[in-house]
Design a protein around this ligand. Structure first.
Ligand code: NDP
Length: 427
């Protein structure tokens, strides 16, 4: 709550209500006069807040979201109107407080027109890939959100940098470390910000897991167990084509295990070992891998065991095993439905409890974090360097599986070496 909001305290409100109730100021007009602040709210610095209305012993309702005025929000152009963009990202702008949808980029004109109509985007804010360069003169667009297939991220981030727009790029950042370095260099020389859309690092349950692990609430974390599996369908889709996807389950869904393990510890792995297996004759795995088992060893001694698959029933699980407690996150890498349990000894008895954490839209949170970093000239929590480091490790995982041996990684001592500003506290 902002310090300069002078809300009436509960006693004042009750006294006023009591006075009215006693008839001291009662009149026929009282019923139609302005409602008390406890009901009408208080406006300060353009934001509306309500004084507490529940008994202090009860939980208080959340305050209104108070988005920035529309003309103050960072305008985003979304590039690539596929399933993620239409099912998650465009709807998430309705919950964003600091970012707004300002433009659309697509190679499919009839879809572009339909989506522009649905979201109220004018024709002069709609672009194809061929005329994308025109976006440089659109002052309503301050950021570009790249949501195209993996191998096109490099092309689209470079085009956005050339147009001098900040870029939020979907994961995986690219398909090679060389491309990642190129994207970092292009955005740096254009003096725009680059963020990789690692939604897990903004998701409230994952942030609580990070807090618990780093704050010693589990004792010392010793082991991590991460699984992200889904069963792929049509072999014709780009995810099954090496040229567009760069790989199979590993860079697509296994990446969540890798990135989250690194984010939880704040350390960088010093060694990886991996095994990859794909069933023969399955057309889905003619070009990309199916199952990957990889182990990350961290300098502190922590071992993260990760499994990812493109051919088994969906399972998204994370477990941290510490010396005095374990923490488990169900639906860990899903868009919603996260649940967090912690088991430990309390008063000599095994205690296994769920932590209640209000759900929030992960895409809105990451959009807002990037918008706030643009406004306040900060490096985002997950900049291009964070995506490059994952790509370097992914290449080491492939090398380990190919060569049948553990692969050492460059020793990195600094904690959170590739991360920028902490995400804002949820308000
Ligand atoms: P889709 O296949 O659903 O959509 C991709 C879109 O990219 C297409 O609809 C098309 O949009 C555009 N496109 C441009 N060129 C091509 C091409 N040559 N082949 C195919 N599509 C092309 O993919 P997703 O939306 O599932 O994934 C997009 C990106 O988002 C990927 O990088 C993926 O890893 C990432 N992703 C991230 C998730 C997360 O949770 N953060 C979840 C899912 C995906 P148009 O017709 O408008 O040009």
């Amino acid at each position: 709550m902002s310090k300069d909001v002078d809300l009436p305290n509960r006693r004042t409100v009750m006294t006023t209500a009591g006075a009215v109730g006693l008839g001291l100021a009662a009149s026929a007009n009282a019923a139609t006069s302005r409602p008390p602040a406890v009901d009408a709210g208080v406006v300060s610095d353009g934001k509306v807040q309500f004084p507490p209305s529940s008994d202090p012993s009860d939980s208080q309702p959340q305050q209104p979201p108070n988005p920035d005025p529309r003309d103050k929000r960072v305008g985003f152009a979304v590039v690539g109107l596929g399933k993620l963009a239409l099912e998650q990202i465009l709807p998430a702008f309705a919950q964003a407080k600091h970012g707004r949808l300002a433009a659309l980029v697509s190679g499919t004109p009839d879809k572009l027109r339909a989506i522009a109509a649905q979201y109220g985007i004018p024709a002069d804010c709609c672009y194809g890939y061929d005329d994308f360069a025109r976006i440089s003169s659109n002052s309503a667009v301050e950021a570009v959100y790249v949501v195209t297939p993996n191998a096109l991220h490099h092309r689209d981030v470079l085009a956005a940098a050339k147009a001098e727009k900040n870029v939020l790029c979907e994961k995986p950042m690219a398909t090679t470390a060389h491309e990642c370095r190129d994207m970092i260099a292009a955005t740096a020389s254009a003096k725009v910000r680059l963020m990789i859309a690692y939604r897990m690092q903004y998701q409230p349950h994952a942030r609580e897991a990070i807090k618990q692990a780093r704050g010693g609430k589990l004792g010392d974390v010793v082991l991590m167990d991460m699984i992200n599996n889904q069963n792929q369908g049509d072999p014709a889709q780009w995810r099954q084509k090496r040229a567009l996807a760069g790989g199979g389950s590993l860079p697509d869904v296994g990446l969540y295990c890798l990135n989250t393990a690194r984010a939880i510890l704040g350390e960088e792995p010093s060694e990886v070992s991996a095994t990859i297996w794909s069933p023969a004759g399955d057309p889905r795995f003619a070009e990309v891998e199916d199952n990957v088992s990889f182990t990350l060893r961290f300098p502190s001694g922590v071992i993260a065991n990760c499994l990812t698959s493109y051919g088994t029933h969906r399972l998204q699980r994370l477990k941290l095993m510490g010396t005095s407690a374990w923490l488990e996150m169900e639906n860990a890498f899903a868009y919603e439905g996260q649940r967090l349990r912690v088991a430990q000894l309390v008063d000599g008895k095994e205690h296994n409890a769920e932590l209640t954490i209000p759900a929030q839209n992960q895409f809105a949170l990451e959009i807002d974090h990037f918008a706030q970093c643009i406004r306040s000239s900060r490096t985002p929590r997950t900049p291009g360097e964070e995506g490059l480091q994952d790509q370097v490790i992914i290449e080491a995982i492939y090398a380990s599986a190919r060569e049948g041996r553990p692969v050492k990684l460059e020793r990195i001592v600094k904690r959170d070496a590739f991360r920028g500003a902490e995400p804002e506290a949820a308000d």
